[in-house]
Design a protein around this ligand. Structure first.
Ligand code: NAD
Length: 478
């Protein structure tokens, strides 16, 4: 009866209430005092704005938000979303997730998020540019943006182009600010962006899954072999996160058997050529009519096909109490933020599904954003100072080995041995290390509590503990 009551309540939770629910579930495992937990959980600053924008001969009022969830570390950091679903509750939920995500992967920022209530696909680019520039101006006016204050990044419906407009507006309004380029991340390379940021979230998802699937005991419990090779994968969303996840996981030998988009899904048991489908959709603006595999009109039903790993990479609340019982995946990797509702999670955990939570698995984006911010503050590309030195040093070493052994190392091996690290090598290496270490922290925490807690609860508890330590270090809480 109590179980039924709880699941009834869980069905009615808003997105931000869901995040609070996960927080409350993890809090008892942290030993933090209630006052400190209240401080960590609360949203520090909420800025709601309305501004007028010209659409041809008419003027429309645009609703937009920036929420800074936590200032325990500065600057705050989080993406900007363009979607008709944007509202204060959604932005608050996403900002809170950013706080826990940053803490979990040791990115020294507080969490934030922004949103503009518009349809990016139905708004002409010149009007999108006006809206983005006006939004940035509003943030500057209220001191809600800056390399040491709050640093936006791309999210649903935004990308490099929007980040370039934000940067240009910021540096125009704040001329001469030496670190001004660090006011936003996810910028184009030509505007001091960083190699690897565009695909970072998707690449991080794959590094994380590679680690998750490397534990024999865990895989045995699910009836799976270790490794990504041969795993059957379904991805929802062929945008930034979904496309790169699907593309990179295929390179690891996994088979992407279905990709679900808003207007239909493509299913092919032999494996989808991800780049081919992506190009098709870019051209036709739809997956409908794709000639290979089978197109399923009811996109949501594709999530219910049998597979090993299901990767929702579109939006929140995609797996709810309505469809959870029909999900057949053994692992769900939350590449999107909040795709599984608490009520659905309850059903899935009972079925023995392993859920890898958003605050961990999609943290690759903010991790590489952090690297980009560091690059902007240091004003030098990663690898620039040491690449040639490393190559010379390695060449000398191989020469020494050849001299001592009297043997010659093959040219093809020399090339790979002496290669000094480029920016992309360092970014991907830092990202892989981050995803591996964070999962080990979560897994270790969970193991210490035996079967008492699930992976999400362990991830939240690890994150809360790290934030708790920041407050203790400030001496605010005894
Ligand atoms: P995006 O706008 O690039 O892509 C989203 C895709 O999802 C679009 O192609 C859209 O058509 C599709 N979509 C929308 N509704 C759908 C539905 N009902 N079924 C199937 N597909 C649908 O956005 P993105 O940047 O890839 O973000 C996706 C998710 O990942 C969001 O939850 C976002 O918060 C999260 N995320 C993004 C980043 C990042 O770096 N971009 C980082 C962390 C988390």
């Amino acid at each position: 009866m109590a179980d039924k009551k709880e699941s009834l309540n869980l069905k009615n939770l808003s997105f931000s209430d869901s995040v609070s629910y996960y927080f409350d579930k993890a809090a008892p495992f942290t030993g933090a005092p209630q006052g400190l937990l209240d401080q960590i959980k609360t949203c520090n600053s909420i800025y709601k704005m309305n501004f007028p924008v010209k659409y041809g001969n008419e003027v429309r009022v645009i609703e937009a938000y920036r929420v800074q969830h936590s200032h325990h570390r500065m600057p705050t950091k989080g993406g900007i979303r363009y979607s008709l679903q944007v509202d204060q509750d959604e932005v608050m939920a996403l900002a809170a997730l950013m706080t826990y995500k940053c803490a979990l992967v040791d990115v020294p920022f507080g969490g934030a998020k922004g949103g503009i209530k518009i349809s990016p696909r139905q708004t002409p680019p010149d009007i999108l540019e006006n809206i983005t520039r006006r939004y940035t101006t509003e943030l500057v006016k209220k001191n809600f943006i800056g390399p040491g204050i709050d640093v936006p990044a791309p999210d649903y419906g935004t990308g490099e182009r929007e980040m370039a407009w934000i940067l240009d507006t910021y540096v125009t309004l704040r001329p001469g600010e030496i670190d001004g380029y660090g006011c936003v991340t996810g910028k184009p390379i030509a505007l001091n962006g960083i190699h690897g940021r565009t695909e970072a979230t998707g690449r991080g998802v794959v590094y994380a899954l590679n680690e998750v699937c490397s534990y024999k005991d865990d895989m045995k419990d699910l009836g799976l072999e270790t490794g990504l090779e041969g795993k059957r994968v379904i991805v929802q969303g062929l945008g930034n996160v979904g496309y790169h996840t699907a593309r990179i996981i295929s390179q690891y030998g996994a088979k992407v058997i279905a990709i679900a988009e808003a207007d239909g899904a493509v299913y092919d048991e032999n494996g989808i050529d991800v780049d081919d489908l992506y190009k098709y959709r870019q051209e036709k603006k739809s997956v409908k009519g794709y000639g290979k595999g089978k197109v399923i009109a009811d996109s949501a039903s594709a999530l219910e096909l049998p597979c090993d790993i299901l990767i929702p990479a579109a939006l929140e609340k995609q797996i709810t109490d309505k469809n959870a019982a029909r999900i057949k995946a053994k692992i769900i990797a939350e590449a999107a933020n909040g795709p599984v509702t608490p009520a659905a999670e309850q059903i899935l955990l009972k079925k023995g599904v392993m859920i890898i939570p958003d605050i961990y698995i999609n943290a690759g984006g903010v991790t590489v954003s952090y690297f980009e911010w560091l690059k902007n503050l240091s004003h030098v590309r990663f690898g620039r100072m040491q690449k040639r030195w490393e190559e010379k040093h390695q060449t000398d070493f191989i020469k020494l080995v050849e001299d001592l052994t009297g043997k010659t190392v093959a040219k093809s091996r020399i090339d790979s041995l002496i290669h000094g690290a480029d920016e992309i090598d360092l970014v991907n290496s830092g990202l892989e290390d981050t995803m591996i270490e964070a999962y080990r922290d979560i897994r270790e925490f969970k193991k210490r509590r035996k079967s008492e807690i699930d992976i999400r609860t362990a991830a939240f508890a690890v994150a809360i503990n790290k934030i708790k330590n920041s407050y203790y270090a400030m001496g605010i809480f005894p």
